[in-house]
Design a protein around this ligand. Structure first.
Ligand code: NAD
Length: 348
C-alpha cells in the first residue's frame, strides 16, 4: 500500500503562486487540500483551477479548520512572520517564499520560532534548483575544474518585471533584496561563504523607487574571488531574461554557462559544449520555463528531504546566510566600504 499523501495548503494565490500550484499538481506525494488568499477572487480561482477542496480568505480560519502536514506560503515578505508563526503554533511545517522577511530581526524571529516549535522550515530559494545552475554546481563539486578560485555570477536584463509584480516599483529597496538575493545564493552555493563584500548600487529607471543595478565583489573564506552583478536596466536584444550566467575558473579548467543555456566546459585541454536547457513541463511558457521548472525541482527536494528526515538545502538557517549577504551589500553600498557579512549579520 502506498503512503498517504501529505496534506498541504498554499497561502497567497497571486502572481508567482500559480507556479507553486501547477508544480504541486505534478507531485504525487502531496495533496493541496486548501488554498488561502485574502482576495476572495484569487482564492476561489485557484480552488476552481486546481480542483482544491476548500478556499479561505483568512489564514487563521484555515489553520483552525484544516489538518495540515505543511503549508506553502507564497505571499509577499511583510506577511511571512505572522503566517509562519500561525503555522508553527499548530505544528504545521513550512515552506515560505523569499525574501524571508523585510529585515534581519524578523528573519531571525522566523527561524527561531520554527526551531522552538520543532517544525521544518524551507525558504523557497529556487534559483539554485534551476537545471542549468544544478549542472554547473555538479561540475564544480565533481572536481572537473579543480579548485575554483574565481566566479562571475551575472543576471542582466531589461525585462519589465513591474508589469507582473507592480509592488516592486514602489519598494525603497528593490534589486538586491528581490533578485540579488537569488544571485548571491547561487554564488555562495558554488563558491562558499563570503569573508568580505563590496557593493555599489545604481538607480537607472526613474519610474521606480529603488535601485535597479547592483555590482559586488566578494572575497571568500578560502581566498577565492567572485564578481556578482544584477541589473534590470540593461537594454540588449535578445534579452536573456531570466537566465543567470556563470563563469567559474578553477586550477584545472573553466565552467561557463552562457546565453541560450549553452554550457562550455574546458578541462584537461579539452572543450565540451552542450545544451543544459531545462525541460518545459506542460504549464510552463518560455522564457519563464527555467524559473517554473525550478519550482518543481525545489518542491521535489522538499519531499525528498522530508522522506529522508533531512533538513532541506535551503533551510531557514541556510537562508540566513544568503539574506545576510543582501543586508551586508546594502550596508556596503550606503557606506561606500568593504564589509564583513558574517560579522554584521551573524547567522548563529
Ligand atoms: N522565487 C521566485 O522566483 C519568485 C518569483 C516571483 C515572486 N517571488 C516571491 O513570491 C512572493 C509573492 O510574490 P507575487 O509576485 O506572487 O505577489 P502577489 O502580490 O502577486 O501575490 C501575493 C498574494 O498573497 C495574498 N496575500 C497577502 N497577504 C496575505 C495573507 N495574510 N493571507 C492570505 N493571502 C495573502 C495577496 O492577496 C496576493 O494575492 C514574494 O515574496 C516574491 O518575492 C518569488
Amino acid at each position: 500500500m502506498s503512503a498517504p499523501k501529505l496534506r498541504a495548503a498554499v497561502i497567497g494565490c497571486g502572481f508567482f503562486a500559480q507556479n507553486h500550484l501547477h508544480a504541486w499538481s505534478m507531485i504525487p506525494e502531496v495533496e493541496i487540500v486548501a488554498v488561502c488568499d485574502r482576495d476572495t477572487e484569487k482564492a476561489e480561482a485557484a480552488k476552481a483551477q486546481f480542483g482544491v477542496a476548500r478556499a479561505y480568505t483568512d489564514a487563521a480560519a484555515m489553520f483552525a479548520a484544516e489538518q495540515l502536514d505543511f503549508v506553502d506560503i507564497a505571499t509577499t515578505m511583510q506577511t511571512h512572520r505572522d503566517l509562519v508563526g500561525q503555522a508553527a503554533a499548530k505544528g504545521v511545517h513550512v515552506i515560505v517564499q523569499k525574501p524571508l522577511a523585510p529585515n534581519w530581526a524578523e528573519c531571525i524571529a522566523i527561524v527561531e520560532t520554527c526551531k522552538a516549535a520543532g517544525v521544518r522550515l524551507m525558504v523557497h530559494e529556487n534559483f539554485r534548483f534551476q537545471t542549468p545552475v544544478m549542472a554547473a554546481r555538479k561540475l564544480v563539486a565533481d572536481g572537473r575544474i579543480g579548485t575554483p578560485h574565481f566566479a562571475h555570477v551575472s543576471f542582466r536584463s531589461g525585462y519589465d518585471v513591474f508589469s507582473g509584480q507592480p509592488y516592486l516599483a514602489t519598494e525603497k529597496r528593490f534589486i538586491l533584496i528581490d533578485l540579488g538575493i537569488h544571485i548571491l545564493d547561487i554564488c555562495r552555493t558554488i563558491m562558499g561563504e563570503a569573508e568580505t563584500l563590496y557593493c555599489t548600487t545604481q538607480s537607472v529607471n526613474p519610474a521606480i523607487v529603488g535601485e535597479d543595478v547592483a555590482s559586488m565583489i566578494i572575497r571568500h573564506e578560502d581566498g577565492a574571488t567572485s564578481i556578482v552583478d544584477c541589473s534590470y536596466a540593461s537594454r540588449r536584444l535578445p534579452d536573456p531574461f531570466p537566465q543567470t550566467l556563470l563563469r567559474i575558473e578553477g586550477d584545472l579548467g573553466t565552467v561557463e554557462l552562457m546565453e541560450g543555456y549553452c554550457m562550455r566546459v574546458t578541462a584537461q585541454g579539452k572543450v565540451d559544449v552542450y545544451s543544459v536547457e531545462p525541460e518545459t513541463p506542460p504549464w510552463t511558457t518560455k522564457p519563464w520555463h527555467v524559473l517554473q521548472e525550478s519550482v518543481l525541482n525545489l518542491q521535489r527536494h522538499w519531499i525528498d528531504a522530508w522522506a529522508r528526515d533531512m533538513p532541506p538545502e535551503t533551510s531557514g538557517a541556510d537562508n540566513l546566510r544568503t539574506y545576510g549577504l543582501v543586508m551586508a551589500a546594502y550596508e556596503s553600498a550606503e557606506r561606500g566600504a568593504v564589509v564583513a557579512p558574517a560579522t554584521l549579520y551573524p547567522p548563529g
